[in-house]
Design a protein around this ligand. Structure first.
Ligand SMILES: [Zn+2]
Length: 130
């Protein structure tokens, strides 16, 4: 098994060094990973506690990536989910497509997708007894 080393500034000994990442086993079952300072051997309780040298830069990048993914998902895929389709029928046990008459998931994509109409105004009118 190859060890992954990442640069850290150790919070225990202050050294500009590496963190050793090692699998931790409970018998034969892998139960997690150990994060150990290569310089002093200090063990960090979890990955969140590892004082990565590049941490700031890395998190900025991953935030930007996350944002991008969300945007794509919103404008493209999510809009065509069965959940938003007018043929989508929900009851307490199953979710069906009324058009194909088969079981579907809310997140399924369908080429016969038709956007469900906004029911908000209707619902509000009903509530107000109009
Ligand atoms: Zn250390």
């Amino acid at each position: 098994m190859s060890k992954i080393t990442v640069e850290i500034i150790c919070s225990a000994c202050g050294a500009d060094t590496f963190v050793r990442r090692e699998p931790e086993y409970d018998g034969f079952v892998k139960k997690g990973e150990k994060f150990i300072c290569a310089s002093c051997g200090h063990r960090f309780p979890s990955e969140a506690d590892v004082p990565y040298k590049q941490k700031k830069t890395m998190s900025i990048f991953s935030e930007a990536d996350k944002f991008k993914k969300v945007e794509i998902f919103k404008s493209d895929e999510q809009g065509r989910n069965c959940r938003y389709c007018k043929h989508y029928v929900v009851n307490p046990f199953t979710q069906r497509c009324g058009l194909h008459n088969r079981l579907v998931q809310a997140t399924d994509l369908c080429d016969k997708f038709e956007k469900a109409e906004e029911k908000k105004k209707e619902e509000i009118d009903k509530e107000e007894g109009l």
